[in-house]
Design a protein around this ligand. Structure first.
Ligand code: ADP
Ligand code: MG
Length: 311
């Protein structure tokens, strides 16, 4: 038995080597399990974690590199990190995010028209608490879906419930629910998410009646929960996009009332290595028209901000 005789004393357990190992196991396994409420049934992750790690912790305790409390600390941190990762992973799956993108992975230098600080401010997620609508507008390949996904990932990490869908898929799911007689439940379910991301507005023509279904969802969420919408079309074109100017006006009325509009005017990241092969009319994109100021009857004026009025 080696007893330390200089420097800070690691936790020493008297008795035989086996007695020490038993006490160390108790500290390293049962105590953390108890602390996370798992004395009897331990999580599979923890079992996976502690098998290789145990022998390492035991070896380090044996060698005096770490004391029992230090080992306990580290095992607890690993367990909590693992649980947090599992929660985020499950929530990302639930959100139906097709690809994981991050703000760290976004090259702001490639899109000089985009105000980095504005995007980083959105990542603080106050817009979710304020039930605002964030519009990301711009030509294809300018990073709208990337940014929408990255903000959704931030929201999931912060514990918000998120649903991500393209407009076409969302309308298809609403149309199916209507056929099945479950539209009310479907809208209720989609209204519960604190953030709904609707990607690709304007890419595909909306099926007849689709605008109406989307309006019902937007109306259910209006002033209650946040949305991020991405589109390659200006608001003036929404009548055409939804195949119905009346529905488009009603949609815009709600979606621009408490809104943040971010317009990206740049080149496609997808085509960056082939810019010389791309025709000029595809490379230089016309500005998407800024939103018309919505007129609300009997309501105080809303706070709609755009890149233009924010600089
Ligand atoms: P959009 O939705 O505007 O058509 P995407 O967000 O889908 O464009 O971007 C197309 C591809 O290029 C994606 O793989 C995305 O991650 C990548 N991308 C776009 N812009 C950037 C950028 N500025 N920095 C890094 N990757 C980018
Ligand atoms: Mg996209």
């Amino acid at each position: 038995m080696v007893e330390g005789d200089a420097g800070p004393e690691p936790l020493r357990v008297p008795g035989s080597r086996w007695a020490r190992i038993a006490v160390v196991l108790l500290v390293a396994v049962v105590v953390p399990s108890a602390l996370v409420g798992l004395v009897v049934v331990r999580s599979p992750e923890f079992s996976r974690l502690d098998e290789p790690a145990h022998s390492d912790y035991l070896r380090r305790i044996e060698q005096g590199e770490i004391d029992g409390i230090g080992a306990l600390d580290q095992i607890l941190i690993e367990e909590l990190t693992l649980r947090e990762n599992r929660r985020v992973k499950t929530a990302l799956l639930m959100a139906r995010l097709t690809a994981i993108k991050t703000l760290q992975g976004f090259d702001f230098a490639f899109q000089p028209s985009l105000d980095r600080n504005r995007v980083l401010a959105l990542a603080e997620l106050k817009f979710i608490d304020r039930a605002e609508v964030v519009h990301l507008l711009g030509p294809p390949g300018t990073g709208k879906s990337h940014l929408a996904t990255a903000l959704a990932v931030e929201a999931v990490k912060a514990g918000h419930s998120v649903v991500f869908s393209t407009l076409a898929d969302l309308i298809a799911s609403l149309a199916k629910a209507e056929r099945d007689g479950t539209l009310h439940e479907r809208i209720r379910y989609l209204s519960r998410a604190s953030l709904l991301v609707v990607d690709e507005i304007g890419y595909l023509p909306v099926v007849p009646g689709g605008g109406n279904l989307f309006f019902q969802l937007v109306n259910a969420r209006y002033e209650k929960s946040a949305m991020i919408l991405t589109s390659n079309r200006g608001f003036a074109e929404w009548g055409e996009v939804f195949g119905d100017p009346v529905v488009a006006t009603a949609l815009l009325d709600r979606l621009l009332h408490h809104a943040v509009v971010i317009q990206i005017e740049g080149a496609s990241y997808r085509l960056r290595q082939h810019a010389d092969l791309v025709p000029e009319h595809v490379r230089s994109k016309a500005l998407i028209a800024p939103p018309p100021a919505p007129r609300r009857r009997g309501r105080p004026p809303g706070k709609t901000t755009t890149d233009h009025d924010n600089g």
